[in-house]
Design a binder for this molecule. Structure first.
Ligand SMILES: O=C(CO)COP(=O)(O)O
Length: 252
């Protein structure tokens, strides 16, 4: 399966910085793995300018960090799937732990968002992952499986095969403490097994399961070398064009 290298810029960079980072990434094309799908998810406010800037660029795909579940109406401050679609967005991150934690997004909302994004022909990147406390309690596997079952098992097999799953252990996000390749692979394999039981082998082998949490050029090789790790959702290291490119390259 093709590797997915996805940069989540979160709420970082002013416009001048964001534009110059995008230009640096575009200039570094030769340093990226040509066979990987490269996606950048800037803050929403830059999406329309990035759409323009990427007009003649075929290899960098545009992603959004969030979306609302309705296409239009009186939802002050929200942005809809159709609006993102019209700005050339192909990927949408849904259920990032920061949105679950700080904005109280629950399973019902996440399912509505996943469905709304699929309806517009965009790819949801559905995030799951446990807190340190849960990891220590030893029920972390059940916890992560439940996050997936509660939302994604409401989809049809046809819908499911159009979703990317991102496993992001919360204790590894922005902490510099990455999961070991074995820890990540263990959960990825389990997710794939659950997908197979629910949706069949065809779907389970097709759904990309990517890892996020302090992925850097020096640990990406081992992580991306695991059988069930199909890419990375990269925060901090995606804010530097060279590191972002290097992460894609180590997986070649
Ligand atoms: O949350 C993440 C990506 O969505 C990971 O962030 P870091 O790579 O900064 O740990």
């Amino acid at each position: 399966m093709k590797k997915y290298i996805i940069g989540n810029w979160k709420m970082n960079l002013d416009y001048a910085e964001a534009k110059s980072l995008l230009q640096e990434v575009a200039k570094a094309q030769d340093s990226f793995d040509k066979t990987a799908e490269i996606v950048v998810c800037p803050p929403l406010v830059y999406i329309s300018v990035f759409h323009e800037l990427l007009k003649n660029n075929e290899w960098i795909k545009l992603g959004a960090q969030n979306v609302y579940c309705e296409n239009n109406g009186a939802f002050t401050g929200e942005v809809s799937p159709t609006q993102l679609k019209s700005m050339g967005v192909s990927y949408v991150i849904i259920g990032h732990s920061e949105r679950r934690q700080y904005f109280g997004e629950d399973n019902k909302m996440l399912l509505a968002k996943v469905k709304a994004v699929l309806k517009q022909g965009m790819t949801p990147i559905f995030c799951c992952g446990e807190h340190l406390q849960v990891r220590k309690s030893n029920v972390f596997k059940e916890f992560v499986m439940k996050q997936i079952e509660d939302v994604l098992f409401e989809l049809s097999a046809d819908e499911m095969q159009k979703v990317i799953i991102a496993y992001e252990p919360i204790w590894a996000i922005g902490t510099g403490q990455t999961a070991t390749a074995a820890q990540a692979q263990e959960i990825h394999a389990l997710i794939r097994l659950r997908l197979e039981k629910q949706f069949g082998a065809k779907v389970s082998t097709q759904v990309p399961i990517i890892y996020g949490g302090s992925m850097k050029p020096d640990n990406a090789g081992e992580l991306l070398g695991q059988k069930d790790i199909d890419g990375g959702l990269i925060g901090g290291a995606s804010l530097d064009a060279e590191s972002f490119a290097a992460i894609s390259k180590v997986s070649e």
